[in-house]
Design a protein around this ligand. Structure first.
Ligand code: PEP
Ligand code: MN
Length: 349
């Protein structure tokens, strides 16, 4: 349930409610909005909740007590009306800016990474992506450079000045990856790895939570709820396509998820048209569509030479194509009342 405080309620009154809820055995989460504070009480049985709400409603400063109708609580719009802003270095996701994260699917070596990173930075990307630990369908495929890949990412981050997002696949790797990354990516295949979700939640680092390829939006939001339950509200959702009967594309990019998520949750949502389509020539149109639908950002795979990529070459953009995409995204963002950083270098269209 949530306890909605009156707009004029003071700190002491909030504390009194928090103390009472804790005494009753609830997990307590505070949401301080622009107008008022909302206190989330999580984890009681139904009878206890009913009893507690009666007593709490009479405490000073309390406007009303209300159950949360959805199975997820902390991620719901009911708990927090204002959009959550997620900070990755100096970049803010969830505000007016459309934030583009780009880079290779996998870190393959210093030169490849640097060339991709310089190109995406020049074209206006705000966050560098690159996998050091790669979840691959086949055990015979390239699985990433692991810690060496993390070291390369950290070195290139210094060179190009962009914060970095990279995937972590197991709870055991979380402390190591968190040492290097500015944002931790939980991949589609791990969306319901509940130990991993709790572990990234405990780091307090921003998390990019990809939608499982067969996950409903509700399951995805419940996965995010695990991270928030650890006290980490810095979560960005990423729609990356779901499995359907359609075979022309690798996945079906579910752009419905963007406005749906905006209604259901306060968390930002970004779109990954690279995995969502699996085809480089579809990435630009679907990027435009994602931004038009209200996405807070994009995750795009870029490789200096896609035909030689060790993973996801067919969906990776060459730098020139990425630069073109950025030019278009800037215009669409403007058309829907947002903005996106303009390309700054020689590659701009
Ligand atoms: C990736 O971002 O390279 C990746 C493996 O994505 P997903 O988990 O969405 O398949
Ligand atoms: Mn990939």
């Amino acid at each position: 349930m949530i306890v909605i405080m009156r707009p004029d309620a003071g700190e002491e009154e909030v504390e009194q409610v928090v103390a009472r809820l804790k005494k009753l055995g609830f997990g307590v989460h505070l949401s301080r909005g622009v107008e008022r504070t909302v206190i989330g009480a999580i984890g009681g049985e139904r009878e206890k909740l009913a009893l507690a709400s009666e007593g709490i409603e009479t405490l000073p400063g309390v406007e009303r007590v209300q159950p949360i109708s959805k199975p997820y609580k902390l991620v719901s719009r009911e708990f927090r009306r204002d959009p959550t802003l997620v900070r990755v270095g100096e970049v803010v996701i969830g505000g007016e800016e459309v934030v583009v994260m780009a880079g290779p699917c996998a870190v393959e070596g210093e030169e490849q990474l640097l060339r991709a990173a310089e190109a995406v930075a020049r074209a206006g990307a705000r966050i560098l992506r690159g996998g050091a630990y790669k979840p691959r369908t086949s055990p015979h495929s390239f699985h990433g450079l692991e810690e060496e890949g993390l070291r390369l990412l950290a070195r290139v981050r210094e060179r190009v000045g962009l914060p970095l997002v990279t995937e972590v696949m197991t709870p055991e790797h979380v402390p190591l990856v968190a040492q290097y990354a500015d944002m931790l990516q939980v991949g589609a295949r791990n969306m319901q790895n509940f130990h991993l979700l709790r572990a990234v939640g405990r780091t307090g680092k921003p998390v990019l939570l990809k939608r499982g390829m067969a996950a409903t939006i509700e399951e995805w939001l419940l996965a995010a709820e695990y991270i928030l339950s650890e006290g980490n509200y810095q979560v960005v959702l990423c729609e990356r396509g779901i499995r359907t009967f359609e075979k022309e594309t690798r996945n079906t990019l579910d752009l419905n998820a963007v406005p749906v998520a905006k209604e259901l949750t306060h968390l930002p949502i970004v779109v990954d048209p690279s995995h969502g389509t699996g085809k480089w020539n579809l990435v630009r149109p679907m990027s435009r569509a994602a931004v038009a639908a209200g996405a807070d950002g994009l995750l795009i795979e870029v490789h200096p030479n896609p035909s030689e990529a060790l993973s996801d070459g067919p969906q990776s953009l060459r730098p020139e194509e990425f630069s073109r995409l950025m030019g278009e995204v800037v215009r669409v963002a403007r058309a829907v009342g947002r903005y996106c950083r303009e390309p700054v270098g020689a590659l701009s269209p």
